[in-house]
Design a protein around this ligand. Structure first.
Ligand SMILES: O=C(O)CCC(=O)C(=O)O
Length: 364
């Protein structure tokens, strides 16, 4: 595997961020996070957060030390209970590695769970203009979020900013268009944006020989810095020191258009994973119910499920499924955007072309 370094930009303006979004190029912003009140309040005074949030019940991810287990089960703890565990390891971070399970407060929306600390930081302009909120992450040294790219059912592919308020994190970033053949996708519904490889820092090359050709960027995000992660870029994250961070997901029509050209191969790679999905009949029934609802009051029949199983091209051909790839621009912020309809048309056309090609390859 080959790694390059990342650029650092001091106090980048919104225009600078926009130019990197259009290039699909990550960078680290300096001089921003270290000016937020949170930078001092959260990292040097360990009573501050627990005083504000201690009584709250919050969902915490319980993970083992196997890298692929990040999505493990969720448990409910009081913030004060979680904080006790975190501060215990703050001064002896290496001891954390000996404990299982590990608790990771991962990706919890601040607006929903932690309103009391919302004024401690500034949401960067682009996510703010789109009404997007921050997510909080608090983790121990050694915790890993395995290789994935950001994707949710409402926003297929998102640009992201990850701000390390306290601690230090290593991000291994991979341009998906340069690494198309290096990372296979998981085949379960909802996990297509997760790579199959176990651990990119120490991959099992007998199982994943293609990974050795990957070309990436090693980015250590120091306390007070913020990383821009472009849409669809694979990333693997290791917490190097006990960390508190905030991330912000948002959309941009410019990077949506990248899905129609530079990242078209990536979208096709994703469609191929959906075409090959492994899914139980009951789940497939729910998916058909959502993407191809029968007449009102009717249920999807077992025959219909069998038809989709015999002929998986039917699923990826569904108009509602195809339109989910341009769903991001339905955000009200893009309501009057002059390029919105052109993007939707172009994205739909590209996916329909893929479906036609796929049909032809099945029935030459
Ligand atoms: O910090 C982590 O563990 C994961 C962060 C991440 O995946 C993101 O910010 O998109």
């Amino acid at each position: 595997m080959t790694y390059n370094t990342i650029e650092r930009i001091y106090k980048p303006s919104k225009q600078v961020l926009e130019s990197y979004i259009l290039k699909g190029q990550p960078f680290i912003a300096t001089g921003v996070v270290n000016e937020w009140p949170a930078y001092k309040l959260w990292s040097s005074n360990h009573d501050y957060l627990v005083k504000k949030l201690g009584e709250k019940e919050i969902p915490i991810r319980e993970i083992g030390y196997n890298v692929g287990e990040w999505l493990g089960k969720t448990t409910t703890l009081k913030f004060s209970q979680f904080w006790k565990l975190w501060t215990k390891h703050f001064n002896n971070p290496d001891n954390a590695a000996n404990e299982t399970p590990q608790f990771y407060l991962a990706s919890l929306p601040v607006h929903k769970y932690f309103k009391e600390i919302e004024t401690d930081f500034t949401i960067p302009d682009l996510p703010k203009e789109q009404g997007k909120n921050a997510n909080l992450w608090i983790g121990l040294k050694g915790q890993v979020t395995p290789l994935h790219h950001d994707w949710s059912s409402g926003d297929p592919g998102m640009d992201g900013l990850h701000a390390v308020v306290c601690g230090k994190k290593l991000f291994k970033l991979y341009d998906p268009s340069l690494n198309l053949k290096c990372f296979k996708r998981k085949s379960e519904w909802g996990l297509f944006h997760h790579a199959l490889v176990d651990d990119v820092e120490n991959p099992n090359l007998d199982m994943f020989p293609e990974v050795k050709n990957a070309v990436g960027i090693d980015a250590v995000i120091e306390q007070g810095e913020m990383l821009f992660i472009p849409k669809l870029w694979w990333h693997h994250v290791r917490t190097l020191e006990p960390s508190i961070s905030l991330n912000f997901w948002f959309q941009d029509i410019g990077s949506e258009f990248l899905k129609c050209d530079r990242y078209l191969g990536v979208i096709e790679h994703y469609l191929e994973a959906v075409y090959n999905m492994q899914v139980q009949d009951s789940k497939l029934k729910t998916l058909i119910q959502f993407f191809d609802p029968p007449a009102q009051g009717q249920q999807v029949t077992d025959e219909k499920v069998e038809e989709f199983k015999r002929n998986p091209i039917l699923f990826v051909s569904l108009p509602k499924f195809i339109s989910s790839f341009s769903n991001a621009v339905n955000n009200p912020i893009f309501k009057n955007h002059p390029e919105k309809e052109r993007f939707k048309k172009e994205m739909t056309k590209k996916i329909e072309e893929w479906v036609v090609k796929k049909r032809e390859s099945l029935n030459p």
